[in-house]
Write a protein that binds this ligand. Structure first.
Ligand code: ATR
Length: 294
């Protein structure tokens, strides 16, 4: 596989980056730089640690420095929105921007997590259209997932969250945009999951439970049996195999890990910035290699 070090950065190199605080653990620089190298593109992707009080200056700086765009991570995904000249539907309805394309000095803000999530299902032939789905969690990632699924036309969706009120807000917000979708919420408890269990085709973990360093935890309670026909999908990709996915595998049901979403959300930005089709498999292998090295 092409290595970043083979690519000389010169005065003609197009720059993109990642703004967040902190940014040092992100896989995006490796994923994008490997993809640029694989296609022989004169691009470079740089991590840019930006403190919350400097978000506006950082964005103006990107224009001044002729950047093509950037990714945005915590804690800036909401803060950057007010500076965008245009927002995609996904960004507007999820209330978060994770990808910016800078064109003629203007900011175009996208939320590519929704697109990335749906692609990660479709690429493994899991089409949620018409399915009954349980979404665990009600944070920013859950918003992207619920938006993507509502737009795609799932049969119905239940959002379950430790703080049930937050799930209620999420459902309320998105129900306005998707009046025909069957959206509801529940507290994330064994009782609620047991009641839903036999009707659900897909369970998605959008919580941070199970994410490094919390690697021994799962949002799925041990006392709730896993129905035979269900698919378990985890947005957590570090570790690659979470306890949640191990519970599913032990029950003999299908699993989808979080790398697909990571790669496809990145692919969207890659294509905006470069105008080239993203080399999905190269990007996936770059992420997997980095994750296995962890
Ligand atoms: P993100 O933007 O990545 O979704 P977030 O907005 O901080 O991150 O949301 C984290 C999600 O993980 C929330 O749904 C949170 O539940 P609460 O709203 O009740 O805080 C969930 N979460 C985090 N730690 C959890 C835990 N130990 N048990 C259950 N849910 C947890």
């Amino acid at each position: 596989m092409a290595e970043l070090t083979q690519h000389a950065i010169t005065g003609t190199t197009s720059l993109v980056g990642l703004i967040g605080w902190p940014v040092r653990h992100s896989l995006s620089p490796t994923m994008h730089n490997t993809a640029f190298a694989a296609l022989g593109l004169d691009f470079a992707y740089v991590p840019l640690p930006v403190q919350p009080e400097h978000v506006e200056q950082a964005l103006r700086g990107l224009v001044a420095l002729n950047f093509k765009g950037c990714n945005v991570t915590v804690p800036h995904k909401q803060a950057v929105m007010r500076y965008m000249d245009e927002l995609s539907d996904a960004a507007r309805l999820t209330g978060a921007v994770n990808t910016i394309h800078i064109k003629d000095g203007k900011f175009y803000g996208y939320n590519t997590d929704a697109y990335g999530f749906l692609q990660s299902l479709l690429e493994v032939n899991c089409d949620p259209k018409g399915m009954r789905v349980a979404v665990l969690g009600a944070g920013g990632a859950a918003r992207a997932v619920v938006y993507a699924l509502a737009r795609h036309g799932v049969g119905s969706m239940v959002v379950l969250n430790r703080t049930a009120q937050r799930a209620a807000f999420l459902v309320d917000d998105l129900a306005d945009a998707f009046p025909d979708s069957d959206l509801s919420f529940e507290p994330l408890t064994s009782k609620a999951l047991t009641a839903l269990n036999s009707h659900i085709g897909l369970v998605i973990n959008t919580t941070s439970v199970g994410m490094y360093p919390d690697v021994d935890s799962s949002p799925w309670p041990d006392d709730v049996p896993i129905a035979p026909h269900v698919t378990f999908c985890d947005l957590v990709y570090n570790p690659l195999e979470t306890v949640f996915l191990r519970q599913a595998a032990a029950a003999g049901v299908s699993t989808i890990d979080g790398v697909g979403m990571l790669v496809h959300q990145g692919a969207f930005g890659f294509e905006q910035w470069t105008g080239h089709e993203a080399p999905i498999e190269v990007m996936r292998q770059a992420c997997m290699a980095k994750l296995r090295g962890n």
